[in-house]
Design a protein around this ligand. Structure first.
Ligand SMILES: Nc1nc2c(ncn2[C@@H]2O[C@H](COP(=O)(O)OP(=O)(O)OP(=O)(O)O)[C@@H](O)[C@H]2O)c(=O)[nH]1
Ligand SMILES: [Mg+2]
Length: 233
């Protein structure tokens, strides 16, 4: 009888110890996970748009990591440079998109006119990404290489991207109608905008908050908007 009580007690003790260990591990895992997710700014854009040079400029000048934010606290910013080459960019983007707190999309303003179709297609893929599309993501579109004489300004780039995205919206809309299915894991663009009966503008996006700025890695003063944006977001 006494042996039975001892046996029961030791079984109960072991069960409680196991439970405590499991709960502790669960708490550690949850804490680690909450730190890991949504902490990175992803630097995306076509190959040669200037992402790596921007990153080097931000790191080398050391202003970013030591800048004092408005509330007097120092802020550490984590930026991930996603290579722009077609073959690798989807792989890395898929790998890191779940950790993204905001996106920085870099455009080479000096070759914009020539590359507009590719740039718009890349942006369209991001805007319709099933994971990002509804996550109320901030997106800063950087019109880079402003030091080059023939570079297009942000107003030109913005309005031309809107026109191209409108074309892609129409093409994908008619493709959907003809096949009767979306065919992949992308969101239907029309479900992501406020008004489908007019030409697309970035302010029509229901979930993404899009901003534009002009930058040049060669001119320090043309980096300030980007730096402030990274610190404030
Ligand atoms: N004039 C000028 N050249 C720049 C600027 N930013 C980058 N470049 C040049 O553009 C070229 C490409 O820059 P990268 O930073 O390597 O481009 P990237 O976007 O990282 O390219 P991938 O890694 O292939 O995706 C390099 O020769 C840079 O020196 C800029 O603001 N002005
Ligand atoms: Mg690079």
């Amino acid at each position: 009888m006494f042996e039975r009580i001892f046996e029961d007690k030791s079984t109960l003790g072991i069960s409680i110890a196991v439970l405590v260990v499991v709960i502790t591990l669960l708490i550690i895992w949850l804490l680690k996970r909450s730190k890991d997710v949504k902490k990175n700014f992803l630097l995306v854009g076509a190959s040669n748009s200037g992402k790596t040079r921007l990153l080097c400029q931000l790191l080398y000048k050391k202003n970013l990591l030591t800048q004092i934010s408005f509330n007097g606290k120092k802020k550490l910013v984590s930026l991930i440079d996603i290579p722009g080459q077609d073959k690798v960019r989807r792989k890395f983007f898929t790998l890191y998109k779940k950790t993204a707190k905001a996106l920085v999309f870099v455009v080479d303003s000096s070759t914009f006119q020539k590359e507009i179709k590719d740039v718009a297609q890349f942006l369209y893929e991001i805007l319709t990404d099933d994971l990002l599309a509804k996550s109320k993501m901030r997106l800063l579109i950087i019109c880079n290489k402003q030091d080059i004489d023939l570079s297009k300004g942000q107003a030109y780039i913005k309005s031309n991207l809107e026109k191209e995205i409108e074309l892609l919206r129409k093409i994908s809309g008619s493709a959907l109608k003809s096949t009767g299915s979306s065919g992949d894991s992308k969101m239907n663009f029309d479900s992501l905008i406020k008004n489908i009966n007019k030409q697309f503008e970035f302010t029509d996006l229901k979930y993404f908050k899009v901003e534009f700025c002009e930058t040049s890695s060669l001119e320090e003063e043309k980096m300030s908007y980007l730096k402030n944006w990274l610190i404030m977001n």
